[in-house]
Design a protein around this ligand. Sequence first.
Ligand code: TXA
Ligand code: MG
Length: 308
Amino acid sequence: MHIAPKYIQAIKNGEVVAFPTETVYGLGADAWNSEAIAKVFATKGRPSDNPLIVHISDFDQVNNFAAEVSEAAQLLIEEFWPGPLTLVFKKKPEVLDIVTSGLSTVAIRMPSNEIALGLISKTCPLVAPSANKSGAPSPTKASHIKADFGSSVLVIDGGSTQVGLESTVLDISGDQPMILRPGVIGKGQLEKVLNQTVLIDDKSSEKPKSPGQKYSHYKPKADVKWLGSEDEFEDTSSLFLLLNTEIKQQNIINYSQDFEKLARELYDRFRQADIDGYQKVIIEPFDERYSSSVIPALLNRIEKATSI
Ligand code: TXA
Ligand code: MG
C-alpha cells in the first residue's frame, strides 16, 4: 500500500498522524518517542493513567515489547493477527512508561487495515489510541476526526472502518486469560483456539484491570437510552435505532437484526444525532440470544453510553 511521504515524514519527525484501522481510526505516534507520545495524550486530552496499544506490522516486532510470548499467545497470534485482537503481555523493561502508564504489562496488536500496515512498516511500531477527543465516540470516518480536532491533526483518509468498534482486549499476562474489553472477536472464538476458559473482567469491580474501561466513552451529547415502549415513537426529538421491530418513519433506522451493521454505524449515528439536533438516541433492546459475535461488544458500548 502506497503511503504519501508526508505522513511517513511526520511520524519520523515525532508528530502524530491519524490513520484508519479495521476497527476505528487511531491517533498514531512512534512507540519509542516519548515526546511524540506526550503529544498524543495532549491532543486527545487523555488521562495519563490510561495506557496505549502498540500497533505492529511485523510478527517479530512483538518481541521488542513483550517480555515473553507464551504458547497460548502464539496460538492467538497465528489465528487472529493481523486483526481486531489486542493482547496484553508482561512488558520488556525498555518499553516506555508513558506507553503503559507505568504498568508492568503492554498491550499490542497487529491491525489488518492495509493503510495501517503500510504506515507502520514504512516507519516503526506506533502507539495509537482511538483518534477522538477523550470522552467522544471513537472515529470511524476521517470526517469524525476533523470534527474533533479541525485541521490540526494530519489524517490519512481510508474511508469508513469495517468493524466500527474497538478491538477485543485480552489479558494473557496472568494465569488465566481475561477479556478486559469485549470486541468483535468473542469469548467463544478465543476459547476454541486456546482450548481453555476465558474470563471476562467484572466491570463492576472498583479497580478495572483495563484502565480505559473506567472512563466515560462512546457517548454523544444526546442521551442514549434503551427503548421502553412503542409509545415513545411519537417523540420526534429522538433518533430510534431498531433491531427487531420495523417501522418506516423519518427518525427511525431499521437494522433488522443486522448487528454487524449496527456495530459499523453506531458511532457515526451517535455523532450524526448531535449534528441533526436530536435530544436522545433510543435503541431497541436485544440480547445474546442472537448468534452474532459482535453482540457483547455492542452491549458493552451501548451500556456505557446509557450509564452516563
Ligand atoms: O481497536 C482499537 O483497539 C483501537 C485502534 C485504533 O487500534 N484503539 C483503541 O485504543 O481503542 P484506546 O487507547 O482507545 O483503547 C485502549 C484500551 C484502553 O481501554 C486501555 O486502558 C487498554 O486498552 N490498555 C492499554 N494498555 C493496557 C495494559 N497494559 N493493560 C490493560 N489494558 C490496557
Ligand atoms: Mg478510545
